[in-house]
Ligand binder design. Structure first.
Ligand code: 2NL
Length: 344
């Protein structure tokens, strides 16, 4: 039995060494050390041994079992380590490889133009004011000297939601709301950018949704010359120091007097060309002195306070500045268009 145990030990140790995966190793463990394994098999013959031999064989069997268990455990650990090493080698990532390029976005040209105008006016002490795009009939029309039935209301041009609610057709209601909050005390010095809506058929120069920036300055002793000076600064900031402005009489229900501002045409220098339609001048915006009715409805004393207001379309400014010929380019978001105006 002694020899048999020694033999099994030798045989098992060789098989352990030869095992090249955990499955094979487990098979060896079961074959020699399992309940129905080779060692147990040998020990079944213990009954035939003499009293003296029994403990000797018992001890040897235990030694063999311990040796094999130790060999199995250490081989198992070795195989596991090899497996981890292999996995690490196979799954290694070369962090120095160049990455996949990321498509970076940028601000929209319209937003750049709006921010530029906002920055100019905040540098002159104006605050940026915003308000709801769904407006009441009162703030969109009534408070701006456009009572019900006024011809300039243009029912056909307005998206009505209910009889009293509509999509704002200009950003003027933001100015009316802001004036109200001042409770009759000046100054009110604000610039109001935002989306506006008109019931229009979209084409190269019309859109049912577009943007507007309006400005308002109400205080004691605000005069037409303040308006003219401010618009001159704006025109030169937007189109260049060499540009001249002119004011033509016009009409808006919410200003009196009302004017339209033109800038001298840079393309032809006043000679006349297709951009200025032969006149040498290009229309940029509308403006005027705030109508006394508008001041009064907003809670300001028109004998004490005066003010000027102006409104412009950022799309039109951008189109003139960059030679864009179709307003729809601003909204269809073709990256080939948008990318041309990225300041990367
Ligand atoms: C244009 C003309 C204009 C105003 C907007 C205004 C607002 C208040 C009171 C008086 Cl609360 N006026 N806004 C005044 C004149 C012209 O816009 O052609 N915009 C594109």
């Amino acid at each position: 039995m002694k020899e048999r145990l020694q033999e099994l030990k030798q045989e098992a140790l060789e098989k352990i060494q030869a095992a090249d995966d955990t499955k094979a190793l487990q098979d060896v463990r079961v074959y020699y050390l399992g309940k129905k394994g080779q060692i147990t098999d040998v020990l079944k013959g213990m009954g035939k041994l003499s009293k003296e031999e029994r403990p000797v064989i018992g001890q040897l069997a235990n030694e063999v079992r311990d040796t094999l268990t130790e060999a199995l455990d250490s081989k198992s650990e070795q195989l596991e380590n090899e497996q981890i090493e292999k996995q690490l080698r196979e799954e290694a990532i070369d962090v120095t490889l160049p990455g996949k390029p990321v498509q970076a976005g940028g601000s929209h040209l319209l937003m750049d133009v709006i921010r530029d105008i906002e920055d100019l006016f905040t540098s002159m002490g104006y605050e940026v004011a915003e308000g709801p795009e769904v407006e009441t009939d009162y703030y969109n029309f009534e408070a701006l000297n456009l009572p019900k039935g006024h011809p300039a209301r243009d029912m056909q041009d307005t998206f009505y939601i209910t009889e009293e609610l509509l999509m704002r057709t200009h950003t003027s209601p933001v100015q009316a709301r802001t004036m109200n909050r001042h409770e009759g005390r000046g100054p009110v010095k604000i610039i109001c950018p935002g989306k506006v809506y008109r019931r229009d058929t979209d084409d190269a120069t019309h859109s049912h949704q577009f943007t507007q920036i309006e400005g308002l300055y109400v205080d004691e002793k605000i005069r037409m010359s303040d308006l003219k000076g401010t618009l001159n600064v704006l025109a030169k900031h937007l189109f260049g120091e060499d540009r001249k402005i002119r004011l033509r009489p016009s009409y808006f229900p919410f200003t009196e007097p009302s004017v339209e501002m033109d800038i001298s045409c840079k393309v032809c220098g006043g000679e006349g060309c297709s951009v200025c339609k032969g006149s040498g001048w290009i229309e940029i915006l509308g403006a005027g002195m705030v109508h006394p009715n508008v001041l009064e409805m907003a809670g300001f004393d028109p004998d004490k306070y005066t003010g000027f207001a102006f409104g412009m379309g950022p799309e039109r400014i951008a189109m003139l500045k960059y030679g864009i010929e179709d307003i729809r380019h601003f909204y269809t978001n073709d990256v080939r268009f948008l990318k041309q105006f990225h300041r990367v």
